[in-house]
Design a protein. Structure first.
Length: 129
């Protein structure tokens, strides 16, 4: 009888861990400004970013004359690439990306000016639960 009770507790505990692990996704907002030919992400010039699979990221605050875009090519269209649009929503003042397991390494860049952005790497979520 005791072994049966312990088994049920363990199974319930396992279920809770699986549920909590799947609900860890976050929405992270980056404040983007531009000055001196560079984007500043949360105050850091040309910051290289690491985005985590499962999270949603919002880039907001960039001026209309420095429209931020994403690309798989360094420096985006200035480097011969195109805008990356999978799971991306773009408005005049923000870009939102939902990072999935299929999201490649990216670069953020200015659609109107060369050399303002930097690299974005994609990381798997941590299993530190």
């Amino acid at each position: 009888m005791l072994a049966s009770t312990i088994k049920r507790i363990f199974l319930s505990f396992t279920f809770i861990l699986v549920y909590s692990a799947s609900s860890q996704a976050e929405t992270i907002t980056f404040n983007v400004t531009a000055s001196g030919g560079a984007y500043f992400i949360d105050g850091a010039s040309r910051a290289e970013l690491q985005l985590t699979v499962g999270n949603t990221y919002v880039f907001t605050g960039f001026p209309s004359y420095h429209p931020l875009r994403l690309s798989t090519t360094d420096n985006g269209s200035w480097g011969g690439g195109v805008n990356y649009q999978d799971n991306v929503t773009t408005t005049s003042s923000s870009i939102t990306i939902v990072v999935t397991e299929d999201t490649p390494s990216l670069f953020y860049y200015c659609q109107n000016h060369s050399g303002m952005g930097a690299a974005i790497t994609i990381a798997s979520p941590s299993n530190d639960n």
